[in-house]
Design a protein around this ligand. Sequence first.
Ligand SMILES: [Fe+2]
Length: 328
Amino acid sequence: MRICWVTDDDDGRSSPPSVVEYGTSPGEYTASATGDHGTYSYSDYKSGAIHHVTIGPLEPATTYYYRCGAGEEEELSLRTPPAKLPVEFVVIGDVGQTEWTAATLSHIGEKDYDVALVAGDLSYADGKQPLWDSFGRLVQPLASARPWMVTEGNHEKAAYNARWRMPREESGSPSSLYYSFDAAGGAAHVVMLGSYAYVEERGEGTAEQRAWLERDLAGVDRRRTPWVVAVAHGPWYSTNGAHQGEGERMRRAMEPLLYDARVDVVFSAHVHAYERFVCMFREMSFGHGRLRIVSETKAIWTWHRNDDQHATVRDVVVLESMAGAKTN
Ligand SMILES: [Fe+2]
């Protein structure tokens, strides 16, 4: 588990040490780990010291209490993910720092979960780098308590690599913009793709990322790993007018790999609207639907696809009556 935090002092030599002390009881730190820190500059902004410390090995499904920087007063706690199913992911993207962000974070915090998947566009700092610092303060209560696994959006700019160090080396990736990890003791494999790797890497990124993805997926044993999840910022399918076609180059390069590997679900962000599709790739979907109106408020839609002469339920949606819904 990697702990990242920022201290105000932008002079690396006088920064508090990159040390995390931790243990399984409050106030009792039986272990410590040392990492490193660095800064980055963007225009006339210079960041504070950004510390990265890897702690562990840790026990699964265990709460650890920790403090960042030797002798610091503030104690935080985190819970490690479980080593077996079930596991629950929170999925968010286009997070920002608005009143909607506050509501979303509050709603996430109201219900337990194990790991957050953040599908890019985090702080919306763009050229205003201090917004990264306010974003860090905003998400800290949640991001300090569970693993937050992020991928890059189009609003991250130079800060992404400096601030978010994801398990690139551990997943054999040549770039910090794409990586993978296992959850629930390998029952789930999560692939975090880089929608902008080709921009960052001057056109070479798509082929390089594709080659890495092919290697990564080839290493997944579906008998041991029944669930494979992929995340990319830019959607490959969207009916929204905004950002049409932006993911097309990546889709053409990588979708066949995901299809052949029988990836179960792909999450994206970027378009600020909620949509879902059943498998779109090479999908000749013959079958039938059933709309079961259960009550005055609830109905259940199921799509029964013809699959080798058998009807298989490939989509289920619970609908609420719109009779009492507000219209804008
Ligand atoms: Fe975006």
